[in-house]
Design a protein around this ligand. Structure first.
Ligand SMILES: [Zn+2]
Length: 362
């Protein structure tokens, strides 16, 4: 095992441990020994690493979690190298987007992240019932309504397309975490509809894809007694947030004179673009904060439904947030995408290309 592999392993254990620990404490239990196994193993391995490099290890979990609020590049031991030096794992007690990205098993591509979990259940139930429209209704719900009261949840589950998904939908929406409590209520962000999180200067929106400009605008105030539920962190990071880009692209593309289907064949890919001559282009949208880490996860795009051209499209907010994102992603994914027929393109680049192709078609 190289030092790089060891870094990846420690960061994976740490991030997945943080996510697991946060799930535990957010349901009301205090974080206590025994810690989630991944977190304990991360602490052990990191301690060993510190001792090897003659650096003082974290005195315990509390200190380790304080390290996690600083960029990796400023830790007493360097993990992961220059490419990820800016990554912060915890912000105001909540796992960050980078943390959720690190928490994915390294041999797993993002699309299969939930194969063992709730999203896989959703896909299986819809497939068994022969109801692709239920899968689409589920995706639309978690994208458009990150926060629901108990009553609203039940209301949504009365939708004929969602009824069969009642059990996994309930598992996707977790009780609002303590970090969001403001006395007897919680506040929703007016711009992205996520919950605001308590900070020293007042509640703030931690969603790094929130369209807000300037200070957060408060949306609905929801009494905690109404049973407020918030979409689980990994679903928020890998489904809801790219989902906003998927819906935006679908809308832009359908103005170009093509037919756009979302999540065809139970999510073989994200957007199926059909030109009037029957040609099909496949699109998979990715919203990752770090292009280097994303590049490691890319691979072939399934050919059912069949396509003539296929594209990975990083969400424009991710691209805008990191200088040189697209160039880095192209350079770092060249190897894994060789021979797959899949290209990397920006949102705008894709819309332009589709418009041109559709124009030639007419
Ligand atoms: Zn927001």
């Amino acid at each position: 095992m190289t030092a790089g592999d060891d870094d990846q392993r420690i960061l994976f254990l740490l991030a997945s441990g943080i996510v697991a620990a946060h799930d535990e404490v957010s349901t009301g239990a205090a974080l206590r020994v025994p810690y989630p196994p991944a977190l304990q193993r991360a602490l052990d391995r990191l301690t060993l690493r510190c001792l090897q490099e003659d650096v003082s290890p974290p005195a315990g979990l509390a200190e380790l979690l304080r390290w996690c609020e600083e960029p990796l590049g400023s830790w007493p031991v360097r993990l992961g190298g220059e490419d990820v030096a800016g990554d912060v794992l915890v912000d105001l007690g909540m796992p960050t987007r980078a943390c959720h990205e690190w928490a994915l098993p390294s041999d797993d591509v993002e699309g299969e992240l939930f194969e063992n979990a709730v999203i896989a259940d959703v896909r299986r139930i819809c497939r068994a019932a022969g109801k692709p429209q239920s899968y689409v209704a589920f995706r639309r719900l978690v994208i458009s309504e990150p926060v629901l009261t108990e009553f609203e949840l039940h209301e949504n589950l009365m939708d004929p397309d969602l009824t069969i998904l009642s059990e996994p939908v309930k598992r996707c929406y977790l009780p609002a975490p303590l970090e969001c409590y403001l006395g007897d209520h919680v506040l929703q962000c007016a711009d992205c509809k996520n919950l605001l999180v308590n900070a020293p200067d007042g509640p703030i929106c931690l969603d790094d894809r929130c369209p807000r400009l300037g200070p957060p605008r408060q949306g609905r105030s929801l009494p905690i007694v109404q049973g407020v539920r918030w979409i689980a962190g990994p679903v928020r990071t890998f489904v809801s947030s790219p989902g906003r880009a998927e819906l935006r692209l679908a809308e832009d593309l359908s103005k170009c004179g093509v037919t756009v289907d979302l999540w065809p064949n139970f999510d073989a890919y994200d957007l199926k673009i059909t030109f009037t001559n029957g040609e099909v282009w496949a699109v998979d949208v990715k919203d990752w904060s770090n292009p280097v880490r994303l590049a490691q996860r890319l691979g072939p795009i399934p050919r059912d439904p069949q396509w003539e051209q296929a594209f990975y499209v990083p969400a424009r907010d991710a691209v805008a947030a990191a200088p040189g994102y697209l160039t880095t992603l192209r350079a770092r994914s060249r190897g894994v995408l060789r021979g797959t027929g899949v290209q990397v393109i920006s949102e705008r680049g894709l819309v332009r290309k589709v418009r041109q192709r559709a124009g030639n078609d007419a």
